[in-house]
Design a protein around this ligand. Structure first.
Ligand code: NAG
Ligand code: NAG
Ligand code: NAG
Ligand code: NAG
Length: 459
């Protein structure tokens, strides 16, 4: 179905070079632009967003359609194509961004498990497989329960019920009163081990796993598409992570639905996770057990791998209150490179991006609707290029060969202090997985994401 090819458009400059012709990378159109719309010879005026058309050499634009010489700048029709066709990987479409080239179980046998034990075996064996899920596999009580202790780190006085925190070796409960609790081991201490060369593809809108997460440790070439992962001890911090990456490479996490998780929706630690694309997912933070006392889930994404390279694109990040994502914080050899593009942050009562030391983040084309704190700011220690102005969007050109798309914050969203460190552009921006990706116009993000994220769309 729909996907991510957005053509740019075109206004041609034919004919003689005029005195007022615009040089390469200069502006040549856009709302309220009053300068020349003619580019130097050999250059084409290309639509970048409603406010910015730019003179580029023909090799730069993704798609250009030459029209007759005219002074009118016209936006081309946005092409949203996503092949609904099944690729050899068994998934629909193919990944863009860092996971480009991921083929999952391509070339392997297609299997349709019927029992939890079968699924467990297919995921973890060392055979290349396309694993088709046709229902929800409920692992909630598969590994039994633990009668343990937990403490109350938060108290809500407004009627909400906060999460309790499981007392474990991390020691967060030290000094707090301990209560007897029972939780499921599937969420808290087990996970389905996923081996290399697997495609996990759900059919329809109610396929996936319940009560347990997926763990990808030192594996490569995995596609996880169109499944639900839900209900991992949501009332307890340390109740479980939905997707756990460590030393994983080439992983495409696409069109999934994740909700009601005790801990992280996605976590990466501590070995490098490279070639990761997280796209078109619906991350639903609605919870009855909110650490932030507002019905929003706080622990959403935590990226701590030693050398992570992650694209997050066109995801719907809904009703969360923190870690959207939390990146970095480790000193020494650690470095996380992240491209956050065209995500729809929707009703975030707390913070979205939280970039700590050694994180390098390019944030462009994201739409923030009713987000209290879109970005926690430079004091957190991360290095970031968060595009907010025409000038900042234009600066990308000389590093990336294209302008950046800017982020939009609606009137119910907080402001972001300037975060435009150009070394992010020569670092993250110079990677082909980042500069080669053409973001959609930010104005199109909410409608596009709402129509295309989550399960039941592609398969
Ligand atoms: C364009 O100019 C008009 C008139 O000055 C102004 O009201 C409007 O806000 C401008 N639009 C943008 C997007 O800057
Ligand atoms: C998640 O990955 C880490 C490796 O960093 C591993 O120690 C941990 O056991 C994994 N969690 C689960 C539930 O498998
Ligand atoms: C995954 O597939 C590649 C290419 O066929 C192969 O070289 C590699 O050994 C496979 N890995 C595993 C763990 O099966
Ligand atoms: C994963 O690879 C790292 C680095 O080689 C190694 O230290 C770690 O023990 C491996 N983890 C597992 C579970 O094999």
């Amino acid at each position: 179905m729909k996907s991510t090819l957005f053509s740019s458009i075109v206004v041609a400059s034919l004919g003689a070079k005029l005195a007022l012709a615009v040089a390469e990378y200069g502006q040549c159109g856009g709302i309220n632009y009053t300068g020349s719309t003619t580019c130097d010879s050999g250059l084409t005026c290309v639509y970048q967003n409603d406010y910015y058309y730019q003179c580029l050499s023909s090799g730069t634009a993704v798609t250009t359609t030459t029209t007759k010489a005219t002074t009118t700048t016209t936006k081309a029709t946005t092409t949203t194509t996503t092949s609904t066709s099944t690729s050899s990987s068994g998934a629909k479409g193919t990944p863009v961004g860092f996971a480009a080239g991921t083929t999952g179980g391509a070339g392997g046998v297609t299997v349709t498990p019927t029992t939890t034990a079968e699924l467990l075996g297919y995921l973890s064996d060392s055979t290349k497989r396309i694993i088709v899920l046709t229902k929800i596999f409920d692992f909630t009580s598969y590994y039994g329960t633990t009668a343990g202790k937990a403490c109350k780190l938060w108290t809500c006085t407004n009627g909400y019920t906060p999460q309790m925190t499981i007392d474990n070796s991390v020691g967060q409960c030290d000094g707090y009163t301990l209560y007897d609790v029972t939780y499921y081991n599937s969420g808290a201490s087990n996970a389905l081990v996923v081996n290399s060369n697997k495609t996990i593809i759900g059919k329809g809108s109610s396929a996936g796993i319940k009560g347990i997460g997926l763990t990808l440790v030192n594996v490569s070439n995995v596609i996880i598409q169109n499944i639900q992962i839900t209900d991992l001890n949501p009332q307890y911090v340390w109740g479980g992570d939905a997707i756990n990456l460590s030393g994983a490479t080439k992983v495409w996490i696409d069109h999934n639905y994740i909700a009601r998780i005790g801990r992280q929706f996605i976590v990466s630690h501590y070995d490098p996770n490279t070639g990761i694309t997280i796209s078109n997912n619906y991350f639903d933070g609605t919870t009855s057990y909110s650490a932030s006392c507002n019905g929003h889930h706080y622990w959403v994404f935590l990226f701590l791998g030693e050398a992570d390279q992650i694209t997050m694109m066109q995801n719907h990040i809904y009703y969360t209150s923190g870690r959207g994502p939390h990146v970095g914080g480790y000193t020494g050899a650690y470095k996380q490179q992240l491209h956050l593009v065209n995500n729809y942050y929707d009703s975030v009562a707390g913070h979205a991006i939280d970039a700590e030391a050694n994180s390098w983040i390019l944030a462009e084309g994201n739409y923030f609707k009713a987000v209290t704190t879109p970005d926690t700011g430079s004091s957190a220690g991360g290095t970031e290029y968060f595009v907010q102005t025409v000038a900042e969007a234009g600066v990308c050109s000389s590093y990336m060969g294209r302008v950046c798309e800017w982020n939009r914050m609606d009137s119910a969203t907080g402001t972001v202090a300037t975060r435009a460190t150009t070394s992010v552009l020569s670092d993250v921006g110079a990677l082909s997985a980042v500069k080669g990706l053409t973001p959609m116009g930010v104005a199109d993000v909410p409608a596009y994401v709402l129509a295309n994220r989550g399960v039941g769309i592609v398969n």
